[in-house]
Design a protein around this ligand. Structure first.
Ligand SMILES: C[S@@+](CC[C@H](N)C(=O)[O-])C[C@H]1O[C@@H](n2cnc3c(N)ncnc32)[C@H](O)[C@@H]1O
Length: 196
């Protein structure tokens, strides 16, 4: 059981994230959406729609999130195709998308390997996965995150020491690009491809 849910956080999420958005994330979100390949795109865990302002005009994009309240906030940011749904059981057919985007999502997905299998199912063969995720940082910070992880999982199912990039490899994606966007390795930008 979680003490705090994204539904409850939805009204203050953008406010809480503002400093880190300005300092670190915004420019990488822009980079990700500038780089994206394909015409049918799925954003998983779209939350309050922080990425919407970077969505390219020439693509068909669907945004899915498990939290109705987060998507309610997102709705105020523009007219997009928003769907309440779980990445562990996506409401789309096989091979429906050319690319999937996930930003700050896989730390809170209960079963990340299953979520990535679901992404592989709805991606066409050769499709792309773009991620901006926080993972276990290097060095002493990593050890502190290990200690705090049971607490953050208990509070809000937040796995702060999860090495999502390793799980992406284990799921059978081919990593095309991986970049530390902070010197401690906490935030990573990753592009991978599902060859099939
Ligand atoms: C930290 S927020 C990130 C929101 C947004 N992607 C961003 O970059 O600001 C994590 C989001 O993932 C969603 N989420 C968590 N588990 C999910 C799942 N199994 N399926 C779909 N969305 C999920 C949450 O509801 C929340 O909106």
């Amino acid at each position: 059981m979680m003490l705090i849910t994204f539904d409850q956080l939805s009204s203050i999420y953008d406010f809480l994230m503002y400093p880190i958005e300005r300092k670190i994330l915004q420019k990488w979100r822009e980079h990700l959406w500038n780089e994206i390949k394909g015409s049918r795109i799925l954003e998983v865990g779209a939350g309050t729609g922080v990425n919407f302002r970077f969505y390219p005009d020439d693509k068909f994009i669907v945004a899915v999130d498990i939290s109705p309240n987060m998507l309610h906030k997102a709705r105020s940011k523009g007219k997009y195709n928003l769907v309440v749904g779980d990445v562990l059981s996506l409401p789309f057919g096989d091979d429906s998308f050319d690319a999937v985007v996930s930003t700050l999502v896989f730390c809170s997905v209960k079963d990340p390997l299953r979520g990535l299998d679901e992404i592989k199912r709805i991606l066409r063969k050769g499709g792309f996965l773009y991620m901006l995720e926080h993972v276990r940082p290097r060095g002493w910070k990593g050890r502190v995150f290990d200690m705090l992880n049971p607490l953050s999982v208990w509070i809000m199912e937040e796995h702060i020491n999860r090495n999502t990039h390793e799980i992406v490899k284990a799921a059978g994606f081919r990593i095309l690009e991986i970049k530390d966007i902070t010197s401690d390795g906490l935030f990573k930008y990753l592009v991978a491809r599902y060859i099939g």
